[in-house]
Ligand binder design. Structure first.
Ligand code: GLN
Length: 477
């Protein structure tokens, strides 16, 4: 099942032909949210009226104008760390409760220009820090396949909303796996684009050298369509390269003959559950049957990826989150006898414990006595990881790996053990450290819980990811 039972482009065609109206579709999404989301908790807020009036406005456009809108009338959920003009953007934090941005993020502008209707803001771990969507001020999001299990994180709301067919697509953000990991746990497709592909303007910063916004959907073609819409050039983000992804039917011809798929031995060693390993082997052998060649490769510095990631992301977070001081915007504590006390009390009350842990870790690794030993060392190892990928991509076109070591865990199972939680990111963080694109594609279930396979490609080669994932989609259809 999926929201439309056809790719988004098919639904848009029907609207253009007058067989469907934007209003009908948006009402369907709002109805699904109303009836199912109380249990699931995938949305923090829903903009009913705004969405309905926008749908009516779109229905009133001329036929010619309608034909020019690739996402005409498509209801989309946007992660609540992406700024929406006039609509509260909380980052699932007490700190930003009531914060109403005076501008839209670049991706929101792009979506709206393409005719999409933003129906609501999806739940996440506070400031996108986490792997389970348990660190949200607005409650835990549940896995649509089993309400006792986590949906993954930090874009758990975005993945669960698509998994439960509340909307056909959402946007998430991915700093170390936050689009791919919840997509894997919820049985949907999530793409982290190349760093610099999508503008970060209006994305609330967590770790700026790693953060990237990307799409979540149930059909590979929808993921490609959304990427082409949100990858517009943007001068307001100096790291946005202005390389618009051009979506082409050629990406979806299912042809993988001659494609060299690299299998990194380090990704299939200790710690990977047998069930996940078998599912991935299944995908690999169907791609092989379709003509792909398998190449053994090695990424020797993978063993340092988690440590490197958690030094770099906490360092950047400690600096990015310094702006929440109770003065510029957001929360301010009532206890404020002096300026210093106001700062301290505000940060103490405004942030949740995982965010505080990261700020403290980050401040530590950047402090003068430890900078060389931790931050500088991590920056050097990041270069080595990058080099590993460059060398590997001389031998193969895409790399295949697990997304997570095991299917979704139970709610509460790891919340008291942050290190265990951090270790679940082992297979996803290196794509962010290297800035390369990566996709998670569903490859079966283990005891009714979905499992994903990850494909990674060289910078700017999202086309290869879509091609490979589409071939996998065809082979499993
Ligand atoms: N789980 C990782 C973390 O907690 C990744 C988060 C993300 O990608 N935003 O840092």
């Amino acid at each position: 099942m999926s929201f439309f039972d056809m790719p988004i482009s098919g639904a848009v065609e029907k609207i253009v032909k007058g067989e469907l109206s934007c209003l009908e579709i948006v009402e369907k999404a709002l109805g699904a949210i109303e009836s199912k989301d109380q249990k699931l908790g995938s949305f923090i807020s829903v903009q009913n009226e705004k969405a309905l009036s926008r749908a009516q406005e779109l229905d009133g456009l001329s036929a010619e104008k309608k034909r020019s809108l690739p996402l005409l009338g498509i209801p989309v959920g946007v992660k609540d760390n992406i700024c929406t003009l006039g609509v509260e953007t909380t980052c699932a934090s007490r700190f930003l409760e009531g914060f109403i941005p005076p501008y839209n993020a670049a991706v929101v502008q792009s979506l709206e220009r393409a005719g999409a209707v933003i129906v609501g803001k999806t739940n996440l771990d506070e400031f996108a820090m986490g792997s389970s969507t348990e660190n949200s001020r607005y409650g835990v999001t549940k896995n649509p396949h089993s309400l006792e299990h986590i949906p993954g994180g930090s874009s758990g709301g975005s993945a669960a909303a698509v998994g439960a067919d509340l909307v056909p697509a959402t946007l998430g953000s991915d700093t170390g796996g936050s689009i791919r990991q919840p997509s894997s746990h919820c049985g949907v497709i999530g793409l982290k684009p190349t760093y610099g592909r999508v503008s970060r303007f209006g994305l609330v910063a967590f770790a700026s050298s790693l953060d990237q916004i990307g799409p979540v959907a149930k059909d590979v073609r929808d993921v490609g369509l959304l990427l082409s819409v949100i990858s517009e050039a943007d001068k307001r983000d100096s790291t946005c390269a202005g390389k618009v992804f051009s979506n082409s039917p050629q990406h979806y011809n299912g042809a993988v003959d001659g494609l060299r798929i690299g299998i990194p031995k380090e990704y299939f060693g200790e710690g990977l559950s047998q069930g996940v390993r078998e599912k991935i082997e299944g995908v690999v052998s169907s791609l092989q049957n379709m003509g792909a060649t398998i190449v053994d490769i090695s990424l020797p510095n993978l063993k340092y990826a988690i440590a490197t990631y958690y030094i770099i992301c906490t360092a950047e977070a400690s600096s990015n989150l310094a702006r929440y001081d109770g003065v510029k915007y957001g929360f301010r504590s009532k206890e404020q006898n002096s300026l210093d006390q106001m700062y301290m009390q505000t940060r103490k009350e405004g942030f949740g414990s995982e965010v505080k842990r990261r700020i403290m870790l980050g401040t530590y690794v950047l402090s003068s006595g430890y900078y060389d030993a931790y931050y500088l060392k991590a920056a050097k190892v990041r270069t080595l990881i990058n080099r590993d990928f460059n060398e590997a991509f001389e031998k193969c076109d895409t790399i295949v790996s697990p997304v997570t070591p095991a299917p979704a865990f139970k709610i509460g199972e790891k919340s008291m053990d942050p290190l265990q939680m951090y270790l679940t990111d082992i297979y996803t963080v290196s794509a962010n450290l290297a800035g390369i694109p990566a996709i998670s594609f569903p490859c079966g279930t283990i005891e009714d819980l979905p499992v994903g396979v990850q494909f990674m490609a060289p910078q700017w080669r999202e086309d290869l990811l879509l091609k490979t994932a589409y071939a996998a989609q065809v082979s499993t259809a």
